[in-house]
Structure formats: C-alpha cells, structure tokens
Design a protein around this ligand. Sequence first.
Ligand SMILES: *Cc1c(COP(=O)(O)O)cnc(C)c1O
Length: 374
Amino acid sequence: MLAAIARVCDSQTFILGPEVEALEREIAALTGAASAVGCASGTEALWLALVAAGVKPGDAVITTAFSFFASASAIVRAGATPIFVDVDPATLNLDAALVGRQLRDRRLRTQQAEKISAILPVHLYGQCADMDAFDRISQEFGVAIVEDAAQAIGAEWSGRGAGALGVTAAFSFYPTKNLSAYGDAGIVTTTNPRMAEHMRQLRNHGSPRRYYHDEFGWNGRMDAIQAAVLRVKLAHLADWNRSRQQHAATYDQLFAGSGLISKQTSSQTLNESSAPVRLLARSPQAKHVFHQYVIRAQRRDELRQFLAERKIGSEIYYPLPLHLQPVFSYLGLNAGDMPVSEQAAREVLALPMFPELTEAEIQRVVESIADFYS
Ligand SMILES: *Cc1c(COP(=O)(O)O)cnc(C)c1O
C-alpha cells in the first residue's frame, strides 16, 4: 500500500491521471459494465449517475424509504423530487410491486404530475434488489434504472454484476465499505459509453477541455492516491467477499441451532412471527456480498446495550426511514405511510461482519444473543 502511495507521490499527478484510469478499467471489468468513471465519493457517484441517466430539474425519481440519506439527497441535488416507496418485508429492498403500482396509478391520473425519469433501487446490505422485476418495469414504463450499489461491490443478480444491471450505477469506497479507500472516493459504472463521456465532463466542471464549459458540472474528481490504494485492495476483494459469505453461513447455522429464529418468508404478514430473532430472506438469484449481516430483533435497543456491555459492536442501519427525516417534511409524508420501513427501523441490528472475523467470535455473538433472550 505504501509503495503504491509512493508511486503517486513520485508521479506528482494527484488528481485523476493514470492510476484513476487504471482503476476505472479494473472496476468496469469486475462489474461487467462498459465503462467506469472515478469520482470523489459515493454521494457524488449517485448524482453523476442520475444526471447522466437523464434526470432533469423538475422530474421525480422513485427510491426506497429505507436507505442511507445520500440515496435521496442525490435526487434532490439533481433538481428532482424523491418519491419514497416502501420495502419488501422479506429482504428490506425496494418493493418492485409497490413501484409498479405507483407508476400505474400515475399513468391513470389525467392531471400528470412531474415526470418520473428514473427508479433508484438500493442493493441494501450487499444483496441486489429484484432486478428482474425492475427490468420489466423499466421496459413497461420507459423509466431508467439507476443502481445505488454503494454496499454491493462484487454482488450479482442471476450471474450479472451489480453495476451492470441498470443504465448507470453508483459505488462508494467510504472506509467501511467492502472495498474501501483511505478517505472518500466513489465510482460510477455504466452500460452506455456516451453516458460515461458525459459523466467525465460533469465530474470536471462540465468542461470538455480546460477553461471551456458546456454545462454546470462540479468538482467531483477522484484523487490518485485513493485510486492507487483501491487498486492494491481490489486484488483481494473476491477473497474478502468470500470470507464474508462464509461468516454469514456460520451465523445462519448457529442461529438455526439456537432456537431463536424463524425464517421469515414473503407470504408471512409483518407480525406473524413471535420469534425473538428473524433473519432476512436471501433471493435465490442474488450473490449476496454481506456488506452487513442484519437480523431483526425484538427489544432491539436493549439487546444492543447488552451486547455493548459484552464489548460486542453492533449498529443500526437505519434508525429513521427517509420519509420521516425532518429535511423531507416538505414532501408531506407521515408516520404510518411506509409501515414496513418503519417497523424495520425499530428492529434491524447489524452484527459484526468483516473478513477477518473468526468462527469463535461469531459463536460468542450468537451465544450472547441467546443469553439476552433467556
Ligand atoms: C455509503 C453509501 C452511500 C454514500 O457513499 P459516500 O461515499 O459515503 O458518499 C450512498 N448510498 C448507500 C446505500 C451507502 O451505503
């Protein structure tokens, strides 16, 4: 890593340049997308992805109510209005059936509201949203699919890589992500080379050549030290993702033997299960990369406190759904409008998950959870 950083220092090319271009080629190859465009953060990547996909001021973009804030704030920065839709109770990914209904309802209304120009599904926790369903919706309604793949580098849907499933996709290399930089960085992938050219211009002040400006871009560039660090780590990503999958399988097995869980299926209603712990469903088409291993727990906050006392870290992704964030009050949404997201926000708990985790540590986590409920 230090040698890679030294190489950049010697080159004196600190912004974009050959390291960033090499990373762009490597990420395009990994995801199966035609091109990749390195940028300053995952949030920046989302904005570039939306604008390149054709989202214009005054448009609307459908996204999930249950994600990190940037999934929605990038829509606002593109000048559009987010339309929040609830999640599938089994996976907590954007519910494609509800999205389809939303689009059909709008089509029936004669007084057309703002144009819905894109749908932004988030591959939450490292598992792809139902991309078969979103493909069908995209074709039926002529709406672009933009992936928020910030948590899903290396993930697949039916053998196709996250990042090549929509027209554009955003990845984050924030230091907690499966592939992480030594600071902020992100990348956009696209299946459309023309859009890649547009994004290269947008990330660099809308400037096709120095000091000539065709449109309002921004400084959204990636720096070369981040690219050099990422290229060293990229060689290990497949191994790390495999380790995460093994750890998830160990958690699954230990939970199955613990008497704590019942597996929730999509046909069950929300409150049907009285088990203290529930696992999320795994889509058979998905290669899940377990950015997080998340359970739904009764008395979640007490459990989290109990684990903290035993020095076991855990985190809540996310404690408040997006439609209830104060900054989105102008949308006029209320508690009760997205019941699945709201219940998930009360129940989800992410357990320790990283490649170096040991089986003994996983055992201690599950035993501690069992102790809490006994
Ligand atoms: C991390 C993350 C982002 C933002 O990425 P940054 O690099 O922190 O800007 C966007 N969406 C989701 C779902 C994320 O997890």
